[in-house]
Design a protein around this ligand. Structure first.
Ligand code: ISE
Length: 337
C-alpha cells in the first residue's frame, strides 16, 4: 500500500522478529521497510516475514538511505541509546522496547535531546498498559466503584530464564514492568522499594537467589507486593489482585477452554510473554502506528515514564542488597504533560 508508514525495525531477535511478523500480518497502515540487524543470518531470516524490506547493519545507514518514516527499537536495552540518538536527530517517531535505556543518567540525556524537538517523539514499549484486563482494572480504580484502592498483590512468574539472566535482571528486565504498570494503575508514583528473600528455589540457576518479594510503597499510601519468580517450571503467569475498600478484583487468571476429564479439571496456561501479551503487543503497535500517522506521534508511555521507571529500577537494584530504598522524587516537565 502506498501510504503505509514505513517502519524500520532495529533488532531481529525474539521481540524484533515478533514485531516484524506482527506489522506485516496484523497491523494496518504500516509496513516493515527496513530491518536493522548486524547479524546477516538473523536479518535474512526476519526478512522472510517482511516482503520488500531492505536490510541494514546500522540505523544510520537506513536513515541516510531515506528508507524509514519511523523506528521500532527491539534490541536489548544496552543498545537503545546508540539508536535513539540518531533517530531523534533525524526527528523520527520511535517505539522503543523497554527499558528506555539501562540507567537514569542515560535516560535523562535522551530526555534532554528529545526536548529539543517540538513534541515527544518516543513511546516506550510497556505493553501491559494495552492489555484489556489491566485497562479494566485501571477503570475500576478510576471510577471508585469498589471504593479506594488499598493494596495490589502482584505475581510475575516465568517458567525459566536464559543463562545470561543475572540477579539484577530480576529488577531491570522483569520487575521493570511492575515499576511502569503499578503507578499507572494506582495513579501514584513509587516512593520506596524493599526486597525480601524467601527460601531459595533449588531449581533456580546456581547464580540466582530467587524468588524475591518486592515491596513498594506508593506516594498515595497504596502498598504493593510483587512475587518475582523466574523458575516456576510450569508456565508463564502475570496476575494481580487488587484490594479495595468494598471489594476485590483479579486479573491475569488462566482463561479459555476448560476441560473436565478423568477426575481432573484443566485450563491451558501460557508458557511465554509472547503469547500471554500477544493482543496487548498488537494494540500497542497499532495505536502507535495510528498516532504517528495522525501526527500525535505517541499514544502510551513516553520517555518521561521510561525515566521514572529507570529511577525505580535503580532503587530496586539497591534494595536487592537490603533495606528500604527511596525512589528519587521528580517533577514532570511541561513538555511531557
Ligand atoms: C522479559 O524480558 C519480559 O519483558 C517479560 O515480559 C518478563 O515477564 C520477563 O521476566 C523478562 O525477562
Amino acid at each position: 500500500m502506498t501510504n503505509d508508514l514505513r517502519v524500520g525495525v532495529v533488532g531481529a531477535g525474539l521481540m524484533g522478529a515478533d514485531h516484524i511478523a506482527r506489522i506485516t500480518r496484523r497491523i494496518s497502515g504500516a509496513a516493515v521497510s527496513a530491518i536493522v540487524e548486524p547479524d546477516a543470518g538473523r536479518a535474512a531470516a526476519a526478512a522472510q516475514n517482511a516482503p520488500g524490506a531492505r536490510t541494514f547493519a546500522r540505523i544510520e545507514d537506513a536513515i541516510a538511505a531515506g528508507a524509514v518514516d519511523a523506528v521500532l527499537i527491539a534490541t536489548p536495552g544496552r543498545f537503545h541509546e546508540p539508536v535513539l540518538v540518531p533517530a531523534l536527530e533525524a526527528k523520527l517517531p520511535i517505539l522503543c522496547e523497554k527499558p528506555l535505556t539501562p540507567d537514569s543518567a542515560s535516560s535523562w540525556e535522551i530526555l534532554q535531546l528529545e526536548q529539543k524537538l517540538d513534541r515527544p517523539h518516543i513511546q516506550v514499549g510497556f505493553m501491559r498498559r494495552f492489555d484489556a484486563e489491566y485497562q479494566a482494572l485501571r477503570s475500576l480504580v478510576e471510577t471508585g466503584d469498589s471504593g479506594e484502592l488499598m493494596m495490589l498483590r502482584c505475581a510475575h512468574r516465568n517458567p525459566s530464564v536464559p543463562d545470561g539472566y543475572t540477579q539484577e535482571m530480576l529488577i531491570n528486565d522483569s520487575v521493570v514492568h511492575e515499576f511502569d504498570v503499578v503507578p499507572w494503575l494506582a495513579g501514584s508514583p513509587v516512593r520506596t522499594v524493599e526486597v525480601k528473600y524467601p527460601r531459595r528455589n533449588s531449581l533456580s540457576p546456581a547464580h540466582l537467589r530467587e524468588p524475591i518479594l518486592v515491596l513498594m510503597e506508593l506516594e498515595n499510601g497504596v502498598l504493593v507486593d510483587v512475587e518475582m519468580n523466574v523458575s516456576v517450571q510450569f508456565g508463564y503467569q502475570v496476575a494481580t489482585e487488587a484490594v479495595f475498600e468494598k471489594g476485590l478484583a483479579r486479573i491475569g487468571q488462566p482463561a479459555g477452554l476448560q476441560i473436565w476429564r478423568d477426575g481432573r479439571f484443566a485450563v491451558a496456561e501460557h508458557v511465554s510473554f509472547v503469547t500471554r501479551f500477544a493482543a496487548a503487543y498488537d494494540q500497542q503497535v497499532q495505536r502507535w502506528v495510528d498516532a504517528v500517522r495522525s501526527g500525535t506521534l505517541v499514544d502510551g508511555p513516553n520517555a518521561w515514564d521510561g525515566y521514572r521507571v529507570a529511577l525505580a529500577c535503580e532503587a530496586g537494584v539497591k534494595a536487592l542488597g537490603g533495606g528500604v530504598v527511596a525512589v528519587e522524587a521528580t517533577e514532570r516537565p511541561a513538555f511531557y504533560a
